[in-house]
Write a protein that binds this ligand. Structure first.
Ligand code: GDP
Ligand code: MG
Length: 384
């Protein structure tokens, strides 16, 4: 993969080398392989194309490296080895060339230089490395397959780990930002399967409205023929000074300053009629904002089923609970990006006055890659 240009017969002690690579991680690898462990980096500069080209070509790094003078290692022919000068058809292949400024002596550890065959294998593994690593660390397979259909996938798959994490983050964020986000109305119902966290999420909204937005919300607890225990809700409403109603005709008019939150009993995923009865109640009560609450720790099939049932009764928004119980957020990306539900909030625990965020994008991104991957990606920058 590396193109070694003009670097070889003239390889002398103390020479400096200029590499043009696509990432810091790639620079580290090329330097270690071609110049050995003693080589050190003198400067790193980002270079881009001229004029229009800089908008269509990804930026590259120009790295100047040298082997320190005190290491008088025997020069080998490695950098001259024509095998290393692999015929290069790749436009973005990095090159290593001696810089104009001479100094010190070159040295390489012969055994660390791969043969052409080894290097081919290395190249193959490097090209798909990031994705293999992502798959191994529990990255959702559906999301990986979605990413591989992105128009820039061909360039992403060739990048170093750190760079590909960056590109995937950018791609996911852009797609998230292009989702249509419905504003919420002044009548907000939380609906979903039993035990997913509807009431807890409602309490979190109440706390947010009262303490952060300085609003005076009211709550209507709907029974809809199904018992809907309300001890926790009742106590919480008392604590934050919100009135809890049990009859819809008693509730005051709602407004943006005094929104009405509706707490529903759980709707079984196997009982479509429960969902349609709820739809009638929502229509009767003129509730436009219908927040489907999903326990994010449930498996994808259950979540998809819930989303389908929610869509059938006009769900408009999505609240994700139990985010704290997830090892990563990747399985949720396809659900978020392929549905028309506006992401509203993420709940990270049982604490009703905390563990809640309306910045869904931040939450999703921060849990997309395992921490050790970030560490691995960034350590490559530190090495250089
Ligand atoms: N770990 C965790 N537990 C939660 C979260 N949201 C709710 N719970 C818990 O899940 C259980 C069911 O919550 P509840 O609001 O009563 O569910 P509902 O039946 O949908 O109203 C309760 O024990 C909550 O404390 C969350 O985001 N993380
Ligand atoms: Mg409840």
């Amino acid at each position: 993969m590396e193109t070694l240009t003009d670097n070889h017969s003239g390889t002398k002690a103390g020479k400096r080398f200029r590499l043009t690579v696509k990432s810091a991680e790639e620079a580290v690898r090329v330097i270690r392989e071609k110049l050995g462990d003693k080589a050190r980096v003198l400067s790193v500069r980002q270079v881009g194309g001229e004029g229009l080209k800089k908008f269509i070509s990804s930026p590259k790094l120009e790295v100047i490296a040298e082997i320190p003078p005190e290491d008088q290692l025997v020069e080998t022919e490695n950098l001259d080895n024509p095998k290393d000068q692999i015929a290069n058809s790749e436009v973005n292949s990095p090159s290593v060339a001696p810089s104009a400024s001479p100094s010190v002596k070159p040295s390489t550890n012969e055994s660390s230089i791969p043969t052409a065959t080894e290097e081919d294998i290395l190249t193959d593994s490097v090209e798909s490395d990031s994705f293999k690593i992502l798959a191994k660390t529990g990255f959702d397979s559906q999301l990986l397959s979605d990413i591989s259909s992105w128009s820039n996938w061909n360039s992403i798959k060739d990048l170093s780990l750190a760079e590909s994490l960056k590109e995937i983050t950018i791609g996911l964020s852009d797609r998230f930002r292009s989702l249509k986000v419905e504003p919420t109305d002044d009548r907000i119902a939380l609906i979903g399967a039993p035990g997913v966290g509807k009431t807890t999420t409602l309490c979190k909204f109440l706390a947010h409205e009262v303490f952060m937005n300085k609003k005076t919300p009211n709550v209507l607890k709907v029974e809809n023929g199904v018992p809907n225990p309300d001890d926790a809700l009742r106590i919480f409403c008392e604590v934050v000074g919100v009135t809890l109603y049990r009859e819809s005709n008693k509730t005051p008019d709602s407004s943006m300053d005094s929104p009405l939150y509706l707490d529903f009993p759980g709707l079984s995923l196997g009982q479509a009629d429960e969902w349609s009865r709820t739809q009638e109640v929502l229509d009767d009560l003129n509730v436009k904002t219908r927040v489907l609450v999903l326990n994010a720790a449930y498996d994808k099939q259950v979540l998809s089923k819930s989303i389908n049932l929610g869509n059938n009764i006009g769900a408009t928004h999505l609240a994700l609970t139990h985010f704290d119980e997830l090892s990563n957020s990747t399985k949720l990306w396809p659900l978020l990006l392929r549905n028309n539900l506006s992401p509203l909030c993420i709940c990270n625990g049982q604490n009703v006055t905390g563990d809640f965020s309306t910045n869904v994008l931040n939450q999703m991104i921060s849990r997309t890659f395992p921490e050790e991957l970030y560490a691995r990606g960034f350590s490559s920058y530190r090495n250089i």
